[in-house]
Design a protein around this ligand. Structure first.
Ligand code: ATP
Ligand code: MG
Length: 245
């Protein structure tokens, strides 16, 4: 069941790849304006869940609801237009285009239905400023450091003006200072009313950031609670080797 104030809900989601069950009867909801952590080891099914939500993959079974409307298998573009954006695990900018043009492609006013595109430049500039890329607008993505490429992906997602943002391993490959800075940005997104789901391998980096954590293991939900509750959960502890979570 869904309710009007549930931004995103997944019900009995199942995804098979041939004989492999990557996601197995998974149900969860994302509450309004929370930062939800979504953790699990390699191959747990985290990215597959995001791909099913975004319509990049068709679920084998189950449903996805966005603000109570069913969007299961819906065209990705339409879902993005409805305010749900996702930053993929891999950065995939157009390498032959500048940082500025990469952001511009996703700017809402770029849509053929937009009233005017006059505000584009200011929007792009402020997104770049926000993500620490204001001096890199004319740069090609390949010249950015790893953290900069990840920040560009976030700027692209923000350009679609989401009210829900899914971040797949945003901290991967970042150093402690970069993780701290990005965590601060993510808190800022929430303060502006964006609801967030943040994927990571382990909870160490997420403990201070998230309100709630869902642990996924072999496609199934193992635990769902506050970071403290989940860290204390015996099933979580026994599913992970000591220190992993
Ligand atoms: N397109 C695909 N075709 C076949 N198998 C796939 C496909 N995508 C994912 N899988 C398999 O589904 C399982 C879940 O993969 P998924 O990428 O969702 O895990 P993950 O939790 O995101 O892992 P990681 O932490 O490594 O990113 C894995 O066994 C993976 O090999
Ligand atoms: Mg993944």
């Amino acid at each position: 069941m869904t309710s009007a104030d549930t931004p995103l809900e997944v019900e009995n989601l199942r995804k098979e790849f041939g004989g492999l069950v990557a996601v197995d009867d998974l149900s969860f909801e994302v509450n309004s304006n929370e930062i939800l952590g979504f953790i699990g080891p390699n191959g747990a099914g985290k990215s597959t869940v995001f791909n099913c939500i975004m319509g990049v993959l068709s679920p084998t079974d189950g449903s996805v609801y966005l603000h109570s409307d069913e969007i299961t298998g819906q065209d990705t573009h339409e879902t993005v237009n409805q305010g749900l954006a996702r930053v993929s695990q891999e950065s995939n900018p157009f390498e032959e285009m500048t940082v500025e043009d990469n952001i511009r492609i996703f700017a809402v006013s770029n849509s053929p239905f937009a009233f005017s595109s006059n505000d584009d430049e200011e929007v792009i500039r402020s997104l770049a400023r926000r993500m620490g890329l204001e001096d890199e607008l004319g740069t090609l993505p390949d010249s950015l450091p790893h953290a900069g490429r990840r920040r560009l992906e976030i700027a692209k997602a923000l350009a679609t003006e989401p009210d829900i943002l899914l971040l797949d391993e945003p901290f991967a490959g970042m150093n402690q200072a970069e993780i701290r800075d990005l965590s601060e940005e993510i808190r800022g997104f929430r303060d502006e009313g964006i609801t967030l789901v943040v994927v990571d391998h382990n909870m160490r980096g997420l403990m201070q950031l998230v309100d709630r954590v869902i642990v996924l293991n072999e496609g199934r939900k193992l635990a769902d609670g506050t970071p403290e509750e989940v860290a204390d959960d015996e099933r979580v502890q026994s599913a992970y080797l000591a220190g992993e979570v």
